[in-house]
Write a protein that binds this ligand. Structure first.
Ligand SMILES: Cc1cc2nc3c(=O)[nH]c(=O)nc-3n(C[C@H](O)[C@H](O)[C@H](O)COP(=O)(O)OP(=O)(O)OC[C@H]3O[C@@H](n4cnc5c(N)ncnc54)[C@H](O)[C@@H]3O)c2cc1C
Length: 374
């Protein structure tokens, strides 16, 4: 049962479903366009998808990843994707400042293990493709392998402008930014359905105390990434789980920065003197196409094996925590950002780089809403 007064708490100009980095970045961009009557709903008390469960790479794409994107999307689209990631991080850093998210420019690397010569031959072309925003992007860095404690016959290249951040602090800074500027975040609010009625959207939300509560908004943005099927019921978005672990402190750890292998399917970074390792979805694609936040023992042990192979840390290597998170994918890596009906917008399918993309996606959605008018 709703009270007379609660009417003032249940209608907004814009509602955003999903309080991950993308939902919050959309709210931030709307606020910067002076649209401040915003409600953000998340089913979890702490966002429970990818934004607080990722690896915290501030990155744009490794050589093998860009080469694969060029193959599947063409050079222009691959370049645009890289630009949007780069621009997204510029927006987020400018908006929140670097200190608030522990942004550290420790650099990035890729270890080429297969088709080394063929891939190196294309490095100049990739550098050329991105030279106007990432000059001198990729460079040979094979002489740094021993300094970084990397044991491999593969070829090491460095990736300019890569950095690391703390995803939880980034999220907290974004939450603070949007709430201080007038937006309302309601957590524990599982959106069950969205219905366009009389030019506004009715939002049915499961509420622990009163079973259901109905909100309404002139415009609604669906920013639930890998969990989209429940709300929009189409097959444009496929969930993809990512596995991660972090080691106990390793006093003798030499490696600092980010390391990618094989189109980003393996990634490593230091977190102080710990190693964080993730990926290997390609090791068990079928079982990882899920929204269940659970561990996959096969992938976790494969990741441990790979880490020991590359860093050879022996008994100093001990896993402290393991976790997973849910990403969203499509046929290629282009995010799904579009209108859906008159008053609804989709901002989904961030792949493995939503941290980088969020700033750009926020701007894109806010521009659509501003253009359509409230
Ligand atoms: C293991 C892992 C490592 C990654 N590493 C990196 C990295 O280093 N760099 C990088 O750029 N990207 C990385 N990513 C990808 C990045 O984290 C995601 O692309 C990004 O967080 C997506 O943000 P989002 O806000 O779209 O989705 P999410 O963070 O998943 O947020 C969606 C939110 O919607 C909520 N929700 C879902 N359904 C409903 C509903 N019906 N009602 C209300 N709320 C709902 C969920 O609770 C969730 O909080 C990684 C991802 C994973 C899983």
């Amino acid at each position: 049962m709703q009270s007379f007064w609660e009417k003032d708490l249940t209608h907004y100009e814009v509602a955003i479903v999903g309080a991950g980095i993308v939902g919050l970045s959309i709210a931030a961009s709307l606020i910067e366009k002076n649209i401040k009557n915003i409600l953000i709903l998340d089913r979890s008390v702490i966002p429970y998808g990818a934004s607080t469960r990722n690896a915290g790479f501030a990155c744009y794409g490794s050589l093998t990843e860009v080469l694969s994107d060029i193959k599947t999307m063409g050079a222009d689209n691959a370049r645009e994707l890289l630009f949007n990631r780069w621009m997204g991080l510029q927006i987020t850093r400018k908006r929140l400042g670097e200190a608030g998210m522990e942004y550290e420019s420790l650099g990035g690397y890729e270890l080429l293990e297969n088709q080394v010569e063929a891939r190196l031959d294309q490095m100049d072309a990739v550098n050329q493709l991105v030279s106007d925003f990432l000059p001198g992007y990729l460079r040979d860095a094979d002489d740094l392998k021993s300094e970084l404690g990397i044991h491999s016959d593969g070829r090491l290249i460095s990736i300019d402008q890569e950095a690391q951040l703390n995803p939880a602090l980034l999220l907290r800074s974004l939450e603070q930014y949007v709430t201080e500027n007038g937006a309302t975040i309601r957590t524990g609010s599982h959106v069950k359905s969205l219905n366009d009625i009389n030019d506004k959207i009715q939002i049915e939300v499961k509420d622990g105390s009163r079973k259901m509560i109905t909100f309404s908004a002139g415009k609604v943005v669906v920013a639930v990434n890998g969990f989209a099927e429940e709300l929009i019921g189409n097959d444009l978005v496929k969930p993809g789980r990512g596995q991660v672990f972090i080691t106990k402190p390793i006093p003798e750890l030499k490696f600092k920065g980010n390391l990618h292998i094989e189109e980003g399917y393996y990634y490593f970074r230091n977190v102080g003197n710990r190693l964080l390792i993730g990926g290997a979805r390609n090791f068990d694609f079928q079982n990882e196409e899920t929204t269940e936040i659970e561990l996959n023992d096969k992938i976790q042990s494969h990741l441990e094996h790979k880490s020991q192979e590359i860093f050879q840390l022996g008994d100093s290597f001990a896993v402290e925590m393991r976790w997973s998170g849910i990403m969203a994918f499509g046929n290629d890596k282009t995010p799904l950002v579009q209108r859906s009906g008159n008053n609804m917008y989709l901002a989904l399918r961030m792949g493995g780089m939503g941290v980088a993309l969020a700033g750009t996606i926020g701007e894109e959605v806010a521009e659509m809403i501003e253009e359509d008018g409230l």
